[in-house]
Design a protein around this ligand. Structure first.
Ligand code: FES
Length: 595
């Protein structure tokens, strides 16, 4: 496809392309660190190569005119090619997950009311008339929100003085037509993706679900980049909040369209996310999350009016956010525990949600121990030379047999990069076949030719369309080592704190999008997970999203979330006396032989 856009002279191409509505992958937020925003200059004048580009692009790519769009500036009319791997593509979204069933016990109630119309001898104000009708129905309404008052008079008249008043904690949330369903919204607000669920709160049935990218990704792929952006100036945090609220508003629009309802039928909402996403959505300061000792601004659950942050739902609708456990163990982990019931498991259970940060909870003998591991973004394709998110064309499965590499890509598209599950499989295959050793070094006798930069090819250059093959470099292997080492160290420290061994684990629950698609065998063979039988692992999909739905359906679940927060023992790994030693051992591929 050819597209002409206006670019301001001297402005980074990334900015001009964004303004022209061409989304490029910018995992590092445009700081030049991720190397994902490659474009190929075909003709025209551009700024000098920067040292960041010289480091981030291979000599072949530099020869072929590749540049980083966040560093390169147009100096006149320009023609560029954008490789598919640089284009922001819709990532595979994980909406489904295990959530079990929960008794319908929402925090809102719909009360049918019928009123007589005012007349010359009955001059009671409309809001008083509604409150009186509710009292006659046995309720004691305490307040009517101003947002409802603005349209209440015309609504009552239009509906013939009959409808359903929705109440929450004595407040009138809204007044609905007799036959309109009362809907609830649950959102799993991830750092890169958002999943939304619309639920009929009269029946507990799902009305619609959908997902989309978190629009904040433009400002960096991981929470630390977002925190840095929020701290840049006083407008940064407000801007990030506006961006995510607008994104959720778009999600609501799509859900309502699919379900055939109006957004003012949404009378209650639950939003879960990691602590940084939680704070940014609620408009709370995040500076302290980036500073030792990384404490959240708030641990307890929050409930506030949706219109306080500009999210348009029913006039008096509230947003509930479950509690955070620590700076890097957030409300989404609490939701995951609720969905999987890991915290109530009879045996010894470990539950992990793998992402840029991996949160782990160990449930043993009535104790709950939790930690957060800095596993980094490698499994999301960042910091991996040919890594990409799980989008069409990403290599998602790799196996090596009879000396040949076999690949599967998402949606069977021609390969344009490698996503987390493919990277994990590839490294596991390289280790099993002795291409790398326990320390992650390439075994030169296993490589076809002598090379100064060890590289394991997965896709030959004629197929990859990049002027070079796709594969894994020594540096990529190092990144995976750091990620898997962090996760295994977290697992080992929790087991030590509980004074048990991995053999005593009855179940390991693996949640999240990457957790759903990763090959358990690969994770075990590189030593990321302990060597348990494969039937001890349970991959549960988007359990955080399912937990959000449970919190929407049941007030008891909200009370349970508070109990989890109060009972969980958080273990801070960075100050744990054994962490450094355990981590050093966990870095080695294969069996973990701890200190
Ligand atoms: S290197 Fe350009 S956005 Fe990361």
């Amino acid at each position: 496809m050819n597209l002409a856009i206006d670019a301001s002279s001297g402005e980074p191409l990334l900015e001009s392309l964004r303004a022209g509505r061409v989304g490029l992958v910018a995992l590092c937020g445009g700081t030049g660190k991720c190397g994902k925003c490659r474009v190929q200059v075909v003709s025209g004048q551009v700024s000098e190569l920067t040292s960041v580009e010289e480091d981030g692009l291979s000599p072949e790519e530099l020869d072929e005119g590749f540049r980083l769009a966040c560093q390169c500036r147009a100096l006149g009319d320009l023609t560029i090619d954008i490789p598919a791997s640089s284009l922001e593509m819709t990532q595979r979204l994980q909406l489904e997950g295990e959530g079990g069933s929960v008794a319908l016990e929402p925090s809102v109630t719909a009360v049918p009311v019928q009123m007589s119309a005012p007349h010359s001898e009955d001059l009671i104000a409309d809001a008083d008339r509604l409150e009186n009708a509710l009292r006659a129905a046995g309720c004691s309404p305490a307040s009517t929100p101003r947002g409802l008052l603005t349209e209440l008079s015309s609504d009552l008249r239009e509906l013939g003085w009959e409808g359903r008043a929705v109440l929450q904690d004595g407040r009138i949330v809204t007044f609905l037509p007799v036959d309109a369903s009362m809907a609830g919204l649950a959102v799993d607000l991830g750092t890169t993706k958002m999943a939304g669920y619309l639920i009929d709160l009269d029946s507990g049935k799902s009305l619609a679900k959908t997902g989309m990218m978190n629009p904040q990704v433009e400002y960096g792929d991981d929470v630390l980049s977002r925190i840095a952006f929020a701290n840049e100036d006083s407008a940064g945090r407000r801007h990030l909040q506006r961006t995510v609220v607008d994104g959720i508003s778009e999600l609501v629009e799509a859900l309502c369209r699919d379900a055939g309802i109006e957004r003012d039928q949404i009378v209650d909402a639950v939003v879960v996310g990691n602590t940084a996403m939680h704070h940014l959505f609620a408009g709370i300061a995040v500076r302290q999350l980036g500073l030792v000792p990384y404490v959240p601004a708030v641990g307890a659950s929050l409930a506030f009016a949706s219109d306080e942050i500009g999210l348009s739902l029913a006039p008096g609708a509230q947003i509930y956010m479950p509690p955070n456990i620590a700076g890097f163990v957030g409300a989404d982990h609490v939701a995951m525990l609720l969905a999987t019931q890991a915290h109530k498991a009879e045996g010894t259970t470990m539950a992990l949600d793998i992402g840029t940060n991996t949160e782990i909870t160990l449930a043993v003998d009535g104790r709950l121990l939790a930690c957060s591991c800095a596993s980094g973004p490698a499994f999301e394709g960042a910091h991996i030379r040919d890594g990409m998110r799980a989008a069409p064309g990403a290599v998602e499965r790799v196996s090596i047999w009879d000396g040949e590499v076999h690949l599967e890509t998402i949606e069977g598209q021609p390969p344009v990069g490698i996503c987390g599950s493919g990277i994990l499989d590839a490294v596991a295959g390289m280790f099993r076949h002795g291409i790398i050793d326990r320390s992650g070094r390439f075994r030169e006798d296993k490589l076809e030719s002598e090379v100064t930069d060890p590289f394991f090819p997965l896709v030959e250059s004629s197929v990859a369309g990049r002027g070079r093959p796709l594969g894994l470099t020594l540096q990529d292997v190092r990144e995976i080592q750091l990620a898997k080492g962090a996760i295994r160290a977290g697992i080992e420290i929790l087991l030590r704190e509980a004074n048990i061994t991995f053999g005593e684990l009855d179940e390991v629950i693996v949640a999240g999008a990457f957790g759903t698609y990763l090959g358990i065998d690969s994770a075990v063979s590189i030593g990321m997970f302990p060597p348990l039988a494969s039937d001890k692992f349970r991959q549960v999909g988007n359990a955080a999203g399912m937990g959000a739905v449970r919190l929407l359906l049941s007030e008891s679940e909200r009370a349970e979330a508070e109990r989890i927060r109060k009972s969980i023992e958080y273990v801070e790994l960075t100050v744990h006396p054994l962490f450094t030693k355990v981590f050093a051992h966990a870095l080695r591929f294969g069996e973990y032989l701890g200190p």
